[in-house]
Write a protein that binds this ligand. Structure first.
Ligand SMILES: NC(=O)c1ccc[n+]([C@@H]2O[C@H](COP(=O)([O-])OP(=O)(O)OC[C@H]3O[C@@H](n4cnc5c(N)ncnc54)[C@H](O)[C@@H]3O)[C@@H](O)[C@H]2O)c1
Length: 361
């Protein structure tokens, strides 16, 4: 099997986990031939861990692209405001890209990445690891099986106690504007599309930061989404949660369907609830399924490992994954529409935003 030569952008934080934990799951399929991080200590620590030659270590994205000529793909896991620089340079060289979410930190930057990738005809995929964990995979399977009839609406809740400064991992999350939408809701909006099988048509609602938050950007979201297939959704994003937690991997989804409802939450157990007049409410647990992607090689891991496997399969001529840039633009558009909806106190036409971004390409 070919080992794909990759320029890895980022060496610490999530990028450190890519290099040391997730990419090694695919060690027979990928080789890092260049590594970039603005923090020289982090860069050298991670490069030493994988035995990367000194001349293949870089402290800026431009210098890495100027020096590395033998890569064929680019892996991006730096903060969102630096995704564009790396993704556009990779597209200009015809390299495939696998990037962390969100695609970029502004809608204009997303458009530029989308157009650069489309014009160059490169394969680009965005990391949406939460589609490939057992609980959400099983939830989606129940919905797609049709067992509960048509989907009516989704209630989605993310709640984490990030009231303390730096409690949300990296500092940029506590200083950036629209923090919960860009760093959190981008996963949950993508999940609403994943579960409902529809795209968001319009969104309305608000983001805000409560007076007692120690962060600079907005840490709270309440939104209503109107999907293309008639399904509705409500999103509660709570980054200052002092009560019940529904943090990463423990998000609460309740999907109301024609003949019952299906739920998952903090205990990661998927449950089907059905009420029958005269018979009352019955609730049963659904055995968890292992995520798999039809046509792709065996999933070595859930989440990140699974998405990486899909990417390398795609490069090897396998089927396109679900979260290509052409698909993911419809998830990230919801984030920027949500920002606009809050700013204007108006509902925003998400479908028109996506159409404009695509028609410019
Ligand atoms: N999919 C997930 O579950 C998940 C989870 C956490 C983070 N992320 C994503 O990963 C990305 C990175 O987040 P993080 O928490 O690791 O951030 P971070 O602040 O920890 O930064 C990661 C690394 O990037 C380096 N870096 C910063 N600016 C750089 C630049 N201009 N050029 C090169 N290196 C640079 C930093 O020094 C650091 O080592 C973000 O897009 C974030 O949304 C995804």
């Amino acid at each position: 099997m070919t080992r794909h030569r990759a320029l890895m952008v980022g060496a610490g934080g999530m990028a450190g986990r890519w290099v040391k934990a997730f990419l090694p799951l695919h060690a027979d399929r990928v080789e890092i031939v260049g590594l970039v991080d603005v923090n020289a200590t982090t860069l050298n620590d991670t490069a030493d861990a994988i035995g990367l030659a000194r001349k293949r270590r870089f402290t800026s994205i431009p210098s890495a692209f100027d020096s590395v000529s033998d890569a064929e793909c680019c892996l991006i896991a730096v903060p969102p405001q630096f995704h564009e620089d790396a993704a556009v340079r990779a597209a200009e060289r015809g390299w495939a890209v696998l990037s962390e979410k969100p695609m970029a930190d502004s809608w204009d930057a997303c458009g530029r990445i989308y157009r650069a990738a489309t014009r160059a005809g490169i394969k680009m995929q965005v990391m949406q690891n939460y589609r490939y964990i057992a609980a959400t995979w099983t939830l989606r399977d129940v919905l797609r099986s049709g067992e509960l009839g048509r989907i009516n609406y989704v209630m989605a809740r993310f709640a984490a106690d990030y009231r303390e400064w730096l409690s949300w991992g990296a500092e940029f999350r506590h200083t950036m504007q629209h923090a919960l939408l860009l760093e959190g809701a981008v996963h949950h909006f993508d999940m609403i599309r994943n579960l409902t099988g529809g795209d968001c048509q319009r969104i309305a609602g608000w983001e805000w930061n409560p007076a007692w938050s120690s962060s600079k950007g907005q840490f709270n979201n309440l939104y209503v989404l109107n999907m293309s297939n008639g399904v509705h959704a409500v999103y509660e994003g709570h980054g200052t949660a002092g009560g019940e937690q529904n943090t990463w991997h423990e998000e609460q989804y309740r999907v109301e369907c024609e003949t019952g409802a299906v739920t998952v939450g903090r205990d990661k157990i998927v449950r089907i609830h059905q009420f029958r007049r005269g018979g009352g409410l019955s609730t049963r647990e659904v055995p968890l399924l292992k995520p798999a992607h039809p046509g792709h090689s065996a999933v070595k891991d859930q989440g990140h490992g699974a998405v990486m496997g899909q990417f390398f399969d795609w490069l090897d001529g396998g089927p396109a994954p679900e979260t290509t840039i052409q698909d993911n633009v419809k998830s990230v558009a919801i984030v920027f529409a949500a920002i606009e909806a809050s700013r204007t106190s108006q509902s925003v036409d998400v479908a028109a935003m996506v159409e404009r971004a695509a028609s410019d390409a």
